[in-house]
Ligand binder design. Structure first.
Ligand SMILES: O=C(O)/C=C/C(=O)/C=C/C=C(\O)C(=O)O
Length: 285
């Protein structure tokens, strides 16, 4: 069996979606009849590969084609300053990507910002979604219990403004429940990703200054989503609080919620084996 690597699955595509005209980077892995798109979160240095490296192979081995889209303004995709809804921007980018590579209908796993963007995509393109998996996100808007912005989101902001290893460690230590799994190698890889694209970091700060509400509250539209939806959360999420997940299952008619104990904002990584089994079972039945 050939080893799956970032380099061997790396692809670029030019998309034109209305006034959105840019080059996107994505990874295309496996050859299944059904496709799972994975959308990463908004932290500095995030990418599809960085967010989902513990999930790609199990999905491919289960027979799925996996597409990891790097959102505009992240990783090897083109830079952008975004002053409107970033959820809508990413949804338009995903539509452009799917059109360009000829995919009609996909399942989507969205992490945090990726989950906000998944909901925006499903609302705009209901016929093109199979099942949805929303993790640590799905809509912006307030928590009923936790002051916002949360401590995690404040640390992301600090890291974007001042991308040092110290600020990265401060953020990552709040990111996960069990920090003993955060290795120097992981910190270094993430720091390298961040510093490779200072233009992305600067653009994120410009975007958030121009429009602090990059992820609007889509709560009032959740009832329009008919797709079967699995919402996954970490009980100890200090970035996007768990009660946002309760709002999602209140709003989306065909939604169920799984909460991981001892889990922060990265369920797909912190509880990878259970996460993979749970999602693959949900996709199959
Ligand atoms: O502000 C929000 O609602 C969303 C925040 C995020 O998307 C944070 C995600 C962070 C990561 O997943 C990462 O890998 O940095």
């Amino acid at each position: 069996m050939t080893t799956i690597t970032e380099a061997s699955t790396s692809k670029f595509v030019r998309i034109q979606e209305g006034d959105l005209d840019l080059q996107l980077h994505y990874n295309d892995v496996g050859q299944g009849a059904e496709t799972v798109v994975m959308l990463h979160g908004s932290g500095p240095g995030a990418s599809g590969w960085a967010n989902f490296n513990r999930n790609i192979e199990p999905f491919v081995n289960a027979g799925y084609r996996v597409i990891l889209m790097d959102c505009p303004g992240w990783s090897k995709s083109d830079p952008i300053v975004n002053t409107g809804s970033r959820s809508d921007l990413n949804a338009r980018a995903l539509k452009g990507l799917l059109d360009a590579i000829g995919l009609d209908k996909v399942h989507i796993v969205g992490n945090s910002m990726g989950a906000h963007s998944t909901v925006a995509f499903a609302l705009a393109n209901p016929a093109r979604v199979g099942k949805l998996i929303l993790m640590g996100g799905g809509t912006g808007g307030p928590s009923q219990f936790v002051p916002m912005p949360t401590e995690g989101i404040k640390l992301i902001g600090a890291l974007y403004r001042d991308p040092t290893i110290e600020n990265l460690k401060r953020m990552m230590n709040v990111f996960v429940y069990d920090t003993s799994h955060l290795t120097d190698e992981l910190f270094q890889a993430r720091l390298d990703n961040m510093l490779a694209r200072r233009d992305h970091l600067e653009n994120f700060v410009k975007s958030s200054t121009a429009n602090p509400k990059q992820f609007p509250d889509l709560g009032h539209r959740l009832g329009e989503i008919s797709a079967q939806t699995l919402v996954i959360w970490g009980r100890d999420d200090r970035f996007v609080p768990m009660d946002v997940g309760l709002r999602l299952i209140w709003g989306i008619p065909n939604a169920q919620l799984h909460v991981f104990n001892q889990c922060g904002h990265w369920a797909q990584w912190e509880h990878a084996d259970t996460f993979n089994r749970l999602v693959l079972d949900f996709l199959t039945h």
